[in-house]
Design a protein around this ligand. Structure first.
Ligand code: GAR
Length: 187
């Protein structure tokens, strides 16, 4: 099977990157991770790229032309799919248009509920009975693209923010690889 080249964008811990690396090592998983990009020089997730000898780039997002630099790297590496795995910068409309790639994002809520930041706090504040995670295509609307995969769980009365985060992220490690399999199954 010919795997598609993927680039994973991260900003922090990189546990979703780790799960995607694990999946991509399976010969029948549809993507190969060729590149990791981060806006954060201190992102712990870089260690996962290093461990598996995946090239990574730290992009200085204070530069006005930083998205052009990313685009050049994406094209140079013949990337077909970009996965935002805890990437905490907004991707511009221009980037989405010029990249002409599949761009997927993982978000820690059952979209369309709780777009944006501080998701777990909002879930607790609104006394939700159920929450989860969503993998969706990225379009110009924040967390607004077409949903590819969702996973949910019921919240126990004693679950605090940390427990909810832990349960949500555990589901993310299944939801993202599943979404990737799903979108390439029909090509
Ligand atoms: C994940 O829970 C992801 O859903 C969230 O950041 C976390 C990154 O964790 N993304 C967003 O909130 C995007 N709006 P990780 O770095 O350990 O994968």
């Amino acid at each position: 099977m010919v795997k598609k080249n993927a680039c994973i964008f991260i900003s922090g811990f990189g546990s979703n990157l780790k799960s995607l690396i694990r999946s991509s090592r399976d010969p029948v998983f549809p993507i190969k991770i060729n590149l990791v990009i981060t806006n954060n020089p201190n992102a712990q997730g870089i260690l996962h790229a290093k461990k598996y000898s995946i090239p990574f780039l730290i992009i200085n997002t204070r530069r006005r032309d930083y998205e052009n630099i990313i685009l050049r790297e994406i094209n140079k590496n013949k990337i077909s799919i970009i996965c935002l795995a805890g990437y905490m910068k907004i991707i511009s409309k221009r980037f989405i248009f010029n990249a002409k790639k599949k761009i997927l994002n993982i978000h820690p809520s059952l979209l369309p509920k709780y777009k944006g930041l501080n998701t777990f706090e909002k879930v607790v504040k609104n006394k939700e009975k159920k929450t989860g995670c969503t993998v969706h295509y990225v379009n110009e609307k924040l967390d607004g693209g077409k949903i590819i995969n969702q996973k949910s769980f019921y919240i126990n009365k004693e679950d605090n923010i940390n427990v909810i985060k832990e349960k949500t992220q555990k589901l993310e490690y299944k939801a993202f690889p599943e979404a990737i399999v799903k979108i390439f199954r029909y090509i």
